[in-house]
Design a protein around this ligand. Structure first.
Ligand SMILES: Cc1cc2nc3c(=O)[nH]c(=O)nc-3n(C[C@H](O)[C@H](O)[C@H](O)COP(=O)(O)OP(=O)(O)OC[C@H]3O[C@@H](n4cnc5c(N)ncnc54)[C@H](O)[C@@H]3O)c2cc1C
Length: 388
């Protein structure tokens, strides 16, 4: 396990390259993508060329093979350019890492290179209309047929759906329980796969969110990921990493919001002076920076625990996701406040940051579900110490 907080020289060079990409190629367009609901495909391809579509896939499978401690730095940097872009990339990486880790040799050989290069993109399909927080209650069924499975059911809230080429789908291979769930890699345009309308939503507006419907969709056996019945455990494991990424996207977005607020208060004048001269404004900025650093420290710790295989990793990821997303939202709200009425206008990024960050407190498990995961660990007599 790496104990040091700072990345080494090579890692630092990667963080700087990604920061340059985010500021040069994402930030100038983020507002327009949000406004016009444009999926930034050319920039996703560029991200692929930088290695950002296969972050957690080993190098021999065409990925960068990095750990989460570096991963959170990269997602922070990306989100400073465009939150919605960074968050989609997180989901693509989550699905791609599942293919790399649990896919059979044929699937890995045939499909991983396209996923890690960003030539093809993937969605992660767990949530259903009747199975959100209680994801293990999912009902999409994968019925056994001689040479494979037939999928029937519906997934809700699927990020990127309609724009991605592959779907990682959790479906039921046994009638009840979390151990009756398996995972499958399904081509997004396979016969029997169809899509709901693009949801109109508060934030992440550059990426589509749609329902995905499966009607007698045949999936060959070699497209099952991992063993039958392991799908739910694999999906939760992927979410541990996803939650770190979402926490990092939150910290990065909040940092951008804080920077913009600092620059604004220095130029805005009221009562004959710069508003940065008012102590109330200074104290607000000081609290925002302090809380953001505390959130980042917890995020770093959770990422280090993930990389080290700590036994309470799931709870640490949940704590980091809960805390970072709440703090980031509060920072973005403070940043908007410091813009006065101008904060709610589309001319400034403050309101977009707030809209994007509101989503982070809900998705990949709501923050109350993060509390539930943390409390479960605390109340477990055998494992409480893992968290204290
Ligand atoms: C923009 C967006 C993108 C998303 N992308 C994806 C995606 O790509 N793939 C995917 O699979 N899913 C995705 N999701 C789904 C997301 O993970 C779920 O929305 C989330 O897990 C909550 O489920 P739900 O919406 O059904 O809410 P519900 O589960 O209905 O929760 C409603 C409320 O009840 C509370 N609640 C529920 N159970 C408990 C409990 N036991 N204790 C206390 N409170 C509880 C919740 O905290 C919440 O406040 C996305 C969601 C959004 C909004």
């Amino acid at each position: 396990m790496k104990e040091e907080q700072q990345p080494d020289g090579q890692e630092q060079a990667l963080v700087e390259a990604v920061a340059r990409f985010a500021i040069g190629q994402l930030a100038p367009h983020a507002a327009a993508w949000d406004e016009s609901e444009t999926f930034p495909l050319p920039q996703l391809r560029q991200a692929g060329a930088l290695g950002l579509c296969g972050l957690f896939v080993s190098e021999d499978h065409g990925g960068l093979g990095i750990g989460r401690s570096l991963g959170v730095r990269l997602f922070e940097a990306l989100a400073e350019g465009c939150t919605s872009f960074a968050a989609f990339l997180s989901i693509h990486n989550m699905a791609t890492a599942m293919v790399a880790r649990f896919g059979g040799a044929v699937v890995r050989q045939q499909h991983l290179p396209e996923l890690t290069s960003g030539a093809k993109l993937a969605s992660y399909c767990l949530t259903e209309p009747e199975a959100g927080s209680d994801a293990a209650a999912l009902r999409t069924c994968a019925a056994r047929r001689d040479d494979g499975y037939v999928l029937d059911g519906a997934k809700a809230f699927i990020s990127g759906a309609g724009d991605t080429q592959w779907l990682v789908v959790m479906a039921r291979t046994a009638p009840v329980g979390s151990k009756g769930i398996s995972a499958f890699l399904v081509p997004a345009d396979h016969p029997g796969v169809s899509y709901g309308r693009r949801e109109r939503k508060l934030g992440w507006r550059s990426q589509a969110t749609r329902m995905v419907l499966f009607q007698e969709v045949f999936v060959p056996e070699d497209h099952r990921l991992g063993a039958e019945g392991q799908g739910f455990a694999m999906a939760l494991q992927a979410l541990d990493g996803g939650r770190l990424n979402i926490a990092a996207c939150s910290v990065g977005t909040a940092r951008a919001a804080l920077r913009e607020a600092i620059s604004y208060v220095k130029t805005r004048r009221q009562f004959g002076q710069s508003i940065s001269q008012f102590q109330a404004v200074q104290f607000r900025l000081a609290d925002m920076a302090t809380e953001l650093h505390a959130a980042r420290a917890l995020l770093d710790q959770a990422a280090r625990h993930y990389d080290a295989g700590h036994r309470a990793t799931r709870a640490f990821c949940a704590m980091a996701k809960r805390f970072c997303t709440d703090v980031a939202f509060a920072v973005a709200d403070g940043a908007l406040e410091l813009h006065g009425g101008y904060g709610v206008l589309g001319d400034y990024p403050a309101e977009r940051h707030l809209r994007d960050l509101r989503l982070h407190r809900l998705l990949e498990g709501t923050n109350d579900i993060m509390r539930l995961i943390t409390a479960r660990q605390l109340l477990d007599d055998h494992d409480m110490e893992g968290l204290l």
